[in-house]
Design a protein around this ligand. Structure first.
Ligand SMILES: Cc1cc2nc3c(=O)[nH]c(=O)nc-3n(C[C@H](O)[C@H](O)[C@H](O)COP(=O)(O)OP(=O)(O)OC[C@H]3O[C@@H](n4cnc5c(N)ncnc54)[C@H](O)[C@@H]3O)c2cc1C
Length: 485
């Protein structure tokens, strides 16, 4: 693996084109599957080249949150008011460097996209899970999966839950069900899928338009001519050199989440043809401290004894702030009244102490600073206030009943895991863009190969990867088919 760009092949150098399709899609995860199905539904002849022996990629590992809103059937059935405008306001507010046109398209198209997903042959359960958790434990269809109720966002957009989970219990692999349905739909629409066949190069004409791909499978190489190519080959979290070059802070301690072929090949193919990238230095990295959500009544402090984030934030937001603290060290402190032990503690329990002084000594935090932080928090929490970080009222409870316990959120102690968020710069239509903003003719990208909607861990909401990957995958497929016709 490397950071090296594949060579771009000139069309005239291809001695023999194996065959010709309207649209060639690289990769069959959520983005590639949706692109292929949408392109074929519009009458295009579609070929998917999939490097693995099966479809699914990282999507097959995913729990199955799709971030959708604006009044989906689940939101309506469970009495959760939402509108495309509020969803837009929220996503604009929470994004580090928002792309208004893409966010607008995503929010305006969200209800139709929800219906399209269900049209593949499943139903999101019409039920709402009201707890603060990382993912619904059962098959509940809807929950909050972002910072919608967290300050300052709750003042910028009316909060609504938008984390729609596929009806598969458990925390992982739910989205594999959607892949199965996409494979079936693709077959019904006449999409050809060639497995164990990886795209190795893009082929361009003298004007720089992409007109095909070169591929390799065990013992064989070849080239396919195409009117357009969709890159949907996943992210780069498994390419250690690319991670070290772009997201050095992800390259050591956090555990990386992905599959073998998240080696950045899709991104490198795009860059080889002149594409720009976005957010390559950003990642979603997290070590959730909840559930149990009651722990969020506690306070998170750094090694100076200072709070630095509203503790009711979405877990990757809290984690992103922890990683910015001195020594990437932080502790969640909870009193005896509110202490509960997580079933699977990603942030390990350190110890319990009878007094704040002993706790300060045990944690290596200056006593005066810790006492002052705790006293101030308790005094305000008793009045239902948090002037410093505006933690939501439902989590404001004084932590004044010793003994106190602490969990270790420090990088290297807590089990941080994550994946990259950067990728090719794309338009709202899925076109791959150069750094001057012009599209590369014939080239589209979606999913983790493209820069994601979420942009960074502070603004991430669970479900934006599958949500935007499927939504913009469809748009890439539709526009690729349109170009071919
Ligand atoms: C444990 C876990 C849980 C997650 N849960 C969620 C969740 O609930 N909601 C959410 O939104 N996100 C979730 N994510 C993130 C999400 O799963 C991914 O961001 C998303 O699935 C990426 O989809 P994709 O289609 O871009 O890539 P993939 O699903 O990885 O598909 C890419 C495909 O391209 C193939 N490929 C690679 N290189 C080539 C090549 N050169 N030629 C041809 N084929 C190639 C790969 O084999 C793969 O099949 C989770 C991630 C993990 C790891």
């Amino acid at each position: 693996m490397s950071t090296q760009l594949p060579e771009v092949l000139a069309a005239e150098s291809i001695a023999e084109w194996g065959d010709e399709f309207d649209v060639v899609v690289a990769g069959f995860g959520i983005a590639g599957g949706c692109a292929a199905v949408e392109a074929a539904a519009r009458g295009a002849r579609v070929l998917v080249l999939e490097r693995a022996a099966v479809a699914g990629g990282t999507t097959a590992l995913a729990g199955g949150h799709f971030y959708l809103g604006g009044g989906t059937a689940v939101q309506k059935a469970t009495g959760q008011a939402d509108s495309a405008d509020e969803m837009y306001r929220y996503l604009m507010a929470v994004s580090r460097d928002p792309e208004p046109e893409k966010i607008r398209a995503y929010c305006d198209g969200s209800v139709e996209h929800f219906d399209w997903l269900e049209g593949l042959g499943f139903e999101f359960e019409r039920s709402y899970f009201p707890e603060k958790a990382v993912i619904q434990p059962g098959t509940e269809g809807l929950m909050y999966t972002g910072n919608e109720k967290v300050w300052p966002y709750r003042d910028q957009a009316v909060p609504a839950p938008r984390g729609h989970k596929v009806p598969v219990p458990g925390e992982t692999q739910g989205a594999a069900m959607v892949i199965e349905l996409l494979v079936k739909r693709a077959a019904a629409l006449g999409v050809e899928i060639r497995y164990e066949t990886g795209v190795t190069n893009l082929v361009t004409d003298p004007d720089g338009a992409v007109v095909g791909v070169a591929w390799r499978k065990p013992g064989e190489t070849g080239a396919v001519r195409a009117k357009s190519v969709v890159l949907a080959a996943g992210g780069f979290v498994m390419n250690a050199e690319m991670v070290a070059a772009n997201v050095p802070w992800l390259s050591e301690k956090p555990f990386v989440l992905g599959t073998t072929y998240d080696d950045g090949m899709g991104i490198r193919l795009g860059v080889s043809a002149g594409a720009d990238t976005r957010n390559m230095d950003q990642a979603f990295v997290t070590a959730p401290v909840y559930p149990p959500s009651r722990l969020l009544t506690g306070i998170v402090v750094n090694r100076n004894g200072e709070r630095f984030v509203a503790e009711d934030s979405y877990h990757s937001r809290t984690s992103a702030f922890v990683l910015e603290q001195p020594g990437a060290a932080a502790y969640l402190i909870v009193d005896s009244e509110h202490m509960e032990r997580p079933a699977f503690p990603l942030a390990p329990f350190i110890d319990g102490w009878e007094t704040v002084e002993e706790m300060a000594e045990g944690l290596g935090i200056p006593y005066a600073a810790l006492k002052s932080t705790l006293d101030s928090y308790n005094e305000h929490a008793a009045r239902g206030e948090d002037p410093d970080f505006h933690k939501g009222a439902e989590w404001l409870e004084p932590q004044d009943r010793g003994p106190w316990g602490a969990f270790d959120l420090t990088l290297g102690k807590a089990l941080y895991a994550g994946f990259t968020l950067g990728g090719l710069r794309t338009s709202a239509d899925g076109e791959v863009l150069r750094d001057n903003g012009s599209p590369i003719p014939g080239l589209y990208a979606a999913g983790a190969t493209a820069a994601t909607l979420a942009q960074d861990g502070k603004g991430y909401a669970s479900g934006t990867q599958l949500g935007a990957g499927s939504f913009f995958g469809r748009r890439a497929g539709a526009n690729a088919a349109g170009r071919a016709s």
